[in-house]
Write a protein that binds this ligand. Structure first.
Ligand code: NAP
Length: 319
């Protein structure tokens, strides 16, 4: 019988790529969504796997609903990817972000502890929780110093996951993900916004690209490769924390200029809009992936400008 993997946030970017990978690995994939009626399965259908996954509705605020889900599907692994995942939106919706991103994780961990502590659990943690760091690259011993409501929520969920591993001996993994992009990203994220709006400029449908502070730097990678690290961490002998990153940062300005040059757009079309600045910002962030690559045998060597070229190509093929 096929092992069951349950994925929360299956309709998102990572949930869709992870589903594809787990199907290839022979798992029966059950995907959790907040609501059947509003669930947007276009990512799953884009990857051609909509019919291969089973979709279940569950409100992660409802621990009884989660326990029913665990009894019904008996998952071997749970990947928790559901979250209010936007840093910018978290400044407008701090309470919703904090409530959802922490309580959903606590409920999942408690449900596992109470119903079947042998279930393996993966938490999608975020590099944002390191925030204003004193030194780079980020390592597992870097102090947490979150500077947004999103980052605070992810720091708490990270600590809960560590606590359930240490106190209750659950197989609980934190994959600490740095920014990772793909064609499946939504347009409220920077890289996707830049590519789609530049295409609109090229097609004469838009005049300018408006951006906020583009002198900040981040460690960007490619989503289909990052979900492989999730799988490897969950199938390792023991649970742990892993930095999933490329190992170097690139400024948002370099990203914009690369996309402009690939699409032949005049740099004059770039407009800095101070209303898009965030209330607090991290200047530079990149991580050290040496341990993740050696412990998990994860191979990642992509340069982000090469990833941008892949994304532009896929966007053009679908426009
Ligand atoms: P995503 O595309 O935004 O998908 C997240 C999914 O979570 C949504 O499809 C949604 O599915 C579900 N969800 C549940 N509650 C939500 C809420 N209150 N608001 C919005 N969506 C909610 O995220 P992703 O890029 O795949 O990221 C997966 C996980 O990795 C997230 O936890 C994210 O915080 C974390 N992460 C991502 C990155 C990155 O660069 N992508 C970096 C660090 C960490 P339904 O509507 O079907 O329920």
């Amino acid at each position: 019988m096929r092992k069951v993997a349950l994925i929360t946030g299956i309709t998102g970017q990572d949930g869709s790529y992870l589903s594809k990978l787990l199907l290839e690995k022979g798992f029966h994939v059950v995907g959790v969504t907040r609501s059947y009626t509003t669930a947007n399965v276009k990512n799953l259908s884009y990857l051609g796997i909509q019919e291969d996954v089973e979709i279940a509705e569950c409100d992660l605020f409802d621990i009884v609903g989660i326990i029913h889900l665990l009894r019904k599907y008996k998952p071997a692994h749970i990947y928790n990817l559901a979250a209010q995942s936007s840093v910018s939106l978290s400044f407008d919706q701090p309470i919703g972000t904090i409530k959802y991103n922490i309580e959903s994780v606590l409920n999942l961990l408690e449900a596992i502890r109470l119903s079947d502590p042998t279930i393996r659990f993966y938490q999608a943690s975020s590099s944002e929780m390191y925030g204003a760091v004193n030194s780079l690259p980020v390592s597992l011993s870097t102090h947490l110093n979150p500077v947004s409501p999103y980052a605070v929520s992810k720091a708490s969920a990270f600590m809960l996951t560590n606590n359930y591993r240490n106190a209750y001996q659950l197989f609980a993994v934190n994959g600490i993900l740095f920014n990772h992009e793909s064609y499946l990203r939504t347009e409220n994220f920077f890289v996707k916004k830049v590519i789609t709006q530049c295409l609109q400029i090229r097609q004469g449908k838009k005049e300018q690209l408006g951006v906020g502070n583009i002198d900040i730097k981040r460690d960007f990678g490619y989503a289909p490769d990052y979900v492989e690290a999730m799988f490897l961490a969950m199938n390792h002998d023991s649970p742990g924390n892993y930095l999933v990153c490329s190992g170097k940062s690139i400024s948002l300005r370099e990203i914009v200029l690369h996309v402009f040059s690939r699409l032949g757009i005049d740099p004059e079309r770039l407009v800095i809009d101070p209303s898009l600045y965030r209330p607090s910002e991290i200047e530079d962030l990149y991580g050290d992936n040496t341990d993740t690559r050696s412990i998990l045998q994860w191979n990642y060597a992509k340069d982000f400008t090469g990833v941008l070229d892949l994304l532009i190509e896929e966007e053009l093929a679908n426009s």
